[in-house]
Design a protein around this ligand. Structure first.
Ligand code: HGY
Ligand code: MN
Ligand code: MN
Length: 411
């Protein structure tokens, strides 16, 4: 059993089929959470799972669970999964690899007539990306008891559409209470989304932990005025103040090498008119670090630095810490099973800390959890050119199969 392998070409074909839903001209995928395209991707996954003999459950925040029965269905399930929603300029593999690797494992077990002791489940978590509705990892966050479902259902996108209404509109307002499934272990396979595995020519990343994150929403308020008659010294230009703050965010990251990450990804300037001095700017900050103390230091540097810039420029400032989770270690027993799987298959591998957040971070709160990384081309993700090698995708799914069977038990 230990050398059982998945059908790599079938997994790759499913990935390419799913990538047609929301395909972009540059070869990427735009399938934002709870859009009609998300609905199409979800329905295709459900169709494939039903064809593989799975039963389907959907919970109140739209998380999907495909279940393959085991010999003893009173046992807690061994679960895997990830997400099908993408960034606006997303790719074919971020999240989707983990979901379809889980399906491929079920297809492989069916082909071989293998019955596991414990049931196997594949999860599709709602709105992992946090792009259309923020923050990220919303479905798994509700499942793990981090976000109250009432709060999530009220979230609005940039057009004012409510999460709860969009969930119902796409037909995935399920009836199951989130968080009530019995899970023995959760594994998530994912592309690394960074350059390390490819640079070191490693096939498998044995993910030991995920770094902590802090997300902020910042509003800088100055005064709108005419771009012509208003002398420079009299201006309270919210966009100039914001530009200085953005430079500070970048410096906070650069001053804490090698792991600190600092990003301003979203900005809105009002009134956004070329001959009016901007009166108000809204922007976001994304801080990450594997050490909680350093992440706290970055927080302090932001608050002190922003306040000094605002005072110096006569601007008002509102900093809202919007989201935080600490660095999250994964379950040693399962991390060892991932490393063992890579070694047994003869795949080169190395331990790695995840730079990205994943649903596994929240699943780690409610079940023993581990992740498996594979390289992506050029370490690029959250970009339409995101790409991976079929051999690496196959290797990741083989390690996932090994780790899951070790937990689920077979005859
Ligand atoms: O932001 C993240 O790390 C993930 O892609 N949601
Ligand atoms: Mn992802
Ligand atoms: Mn992502």
């Amino acid at each position: 059993m230990r050398n059982l392998t998945i059908e790599g070409q079938r997994l790759w074909a499913s990935l390419m089929e799913m990538a047609k839903i929301g395909a972009t001209p540059k070869g990427g995928v735009c399938r934002l959470a709870l859009t009609d395209l998300d609905r199409q991707g979800r329905n295709l996954f459900i169709e494939w799972c039903k064809a593989a003999g799975c039963s389907i459950s959907v919970d109140k925040v739209g998380n999907i669970f495909a279940r393959r029965p085991g010999r003893d269905n009173t046992k807690p399930a061994v679960m895997t999964g990830s997400h099908l929603d993408t960034q606006p300029t997303g790719g074919k593999f971020d999240g989707i690899f983990g979901v379809l690797a889980g399906l491929e494992i079920i297809r492989t077990l069916n082909d071989r007539g293998i019955e596991t002791d414990a049931p196997i489940e594949v999860a599709v978590w709602t709105n992992e990306e946090g792009s259309r509705f923020s923050p990220a990892m919303m479905g798994s966050g509700v499942y793990a008891g981090v976000f109250p479902i009432a709060e999530v259902l009220e979230k609005k996108d940039v057009d004012g559409k409510r999460f709860g209404e969009e969930l119902a509109r796409v037909g995935f307002a399920g009836s199951d209470e989130p968080g009530k499934r019995t899970v023995k272990a959760y594994f998530e396979a994912h592309i690394e989304q960074g350059p390390i595995l490819e640079a070191e020519d490693k096939t498998i990343g044995v993910v030991t932990a995920a770094q902590g994150q802090r997300w902020y929403e910042v509003t800088v308020t100055g005064q709108e005025a005419h771009a012509g008659p208003t002398p420079m010294p009299r201006r309270r230009d919210a966009l100039v103040g914001t530009a200085r703050m953005i430079e500070l965010v970048n410096r906070i990251g650069r001053e804490r090498p090698p792991y600190a990450c600092a990003t301003v990804g979203f900005i809105q300037s009002k009134p956004n008119s070329r001959n009016t001095i901007p009166g108000e700017v809204f922007f976001t900050v994304d801080f990450r670090h594997p050490d909680n103390d350093v992440l706290s230091g970055m927080d302090a540097a932001l608050r002190t630095g922003f306040a000094a810039i605002a005072a110096d420029s006569g601007l008002e400032l509102a900093v809202k810490e919007f989201w935080y989770f600490p660095p999250t270690p994964f379950e040693r027993r399962l991390v060892d099973a991932v490393r063992d799987g890579a070694a047994r298959h003869g795949y080169s591998h190395r331990d790695i800390v995840s730079g990205a957040g994943h649903d596994a971070v929240y699943m780690a709160k409610v079940a023993p959890t581990a992740m498996i990384f594979v390289p992506c081309v050029g370490g690029i993700s959250h970009n339409e050119i995101e790409d991976a090698k079929e051999s690496d995708i196959t290797a990741g799914a083989n390690v996932l199969l090994h780790a899951m069977l070790a937990e689920a038990g077979t005859a």
